[in-house]
Write a protein that binds this ligand. Structure first.
Ligand code: A3P
Length: 345
């Protein structure tokens, strides 16, 4: 009897042991194959209903590791072919506005596993010499990506350059266009600050902002000053609307991108028909920088360069008031056209 019970117990232990070892082997095999297969998996396969926090980590580790190597030119032709990597024309372009936060927007969108950024401003459509090199030249400037990913480039000069809308239309009439704007007077001062810094670097003197923004003869706003003209957003947008319907544009609030980036990025994800993948995990406030910085994964994070977020010079309040009054009607028109209202004074 005792012998029979012991045999039964041994049998049960054997079955349980086999089950445990089997499960363990299955898990090891599965994790191993996932890690091995991940670089080859189609991007869509990674859009399953998984937890928001998990996806960016895994996908971005994968993206940074692999695509970064390709970007650095460390890949052989064979590897490119094996991974089915391509250089694709952009499906979306950040066309402006200069000093609106175009770099921050591009870098933050690049947190999305389905987005690949062109790191440099290509200036293909606004520069006649580049444009004459043809569309293949432009495509070859694009980073390697998986066919399911979308490439985004940013060149803020596009927004204000006369020829650009028609040229982009000729490349792709259904392209998505992103415009990031800030309160126009602040943007103009930011624009001035960048130029001033360039002059100072060359030991050159420069006019004060007040002198450039206000015509000394008329005491009116100087519309010939480029920093002022660029901030008349509606004037530029109207030129674009001759080629593209308003539905193809998405307006990003650049002031909100500074203070509260995630909701702005989520609106862009929606506009680009991307599944929501950028999460609060990917953005953290850096008190020293005074800005949000980017977290790609446990080990890799970065803040934007010091040239972003300069300290603006103090500007005479009467000049600020004059500028704000000047921009007001243009802003109203801009809200009306775009359907997006801002609390600009
Ligand atoms: P300031 O230098 O005036 O502060 P662009 O990239 O189009 O040149 O825009 C630069 C602006 O991006 C900066 O203007 C800064 O305010 C803004 N910006 C938005 N988010 C930022 C971030 N996370 N880090 C640094 N700058 C950011």
């Amino acid at each position: 009897m005792l012998f029979k019970q012991q045999a039964l117990l041994r049998q049960k232990l054997f079955v349980l042991g086999s089950l445990a070892i089997g499960s363990l082997l299955y898990l090891v095999a599965r994790v191993g194959s996932l890690d091995r297969l991940q670089p080859l998996c189609p991007i869509d396969g990674r859009f399953g209903p998984r937890s928001q926090d998990e996806i960016p980590l895994r996908a971005l580790q994968f993206k940074r590791g692999l695509l970064h190597e390709f970007r650095k030119g460390n890949a052989t032709k064979e590897q490119i072919r094996l991974h089915n990597l391509v250089q694709q024309l952009p499906k979306a372009i950040i066309i402006g506005v200069r000093k609106g936060g175009t770099r921050a927007l591009l870098e933050m969108l690049n947190l999305h596993p389905a987005v690949v950024k062109a790191s440099q401003e290509i200036h293909f459509f606004d520069n006649d010499e580049n444009y004459a090199k043809g569309i293949e030249w432009y495509r070859k400037k694009m980073p390697f990506s998986y066919p399911q990913q979308i490439t985004i480039e940013k060149s803020p000069a596009y927004f204000i350059t006369e020829e650009v809308p028609e040229r982009i239309y000729k490349m792709n009439s259904s392209i998505k266009l992103l415009i990031i704007v800030r309160e126009p007077t602040t943007r103009a001062i930011s624009d001035y600050t960048q130029v001033l810094e360039g002059k100072e670097r060359k030991n050159k003197t420069y006019y004060k902002f007040e002198k450039l923004a206000i015509d000394p003869n008329t005491c009116e706003v100087n519309t010939k000053y480029k920093a002022v003209r660029t901030s008349i957003y509606t004037k530029h947008l109207e030129r674009w609307l001759k080629y593209f319907p308003i539905e193809q544009f998405h307006i990003v609030d650049g002031d909100r991108l500074i203070t509260e980036p995630l909701p702005e990025l989520q609106l862009v994800e929606k506009f680009l028909n991307l599944p929501p993948r950028i999460s609060q995990y990917n953005l953290y406030f850096n008190a020293t920088r005074g800005f949000y910085c980017l977290r790609f994964n446990i080990v890799f994070n970065k803040c934007l360069a010091g040239s972003k977020g300069r300290i603006h010079p103090e500007v005479d309040t009467s000049v600020i008031t004059k500028l704000r009054k000047f921009f007001h009607p243009f802003n109203q028109k801009f809200y009306q056209i775009t359907g997006r209202t801002f609390n600009w004074p």
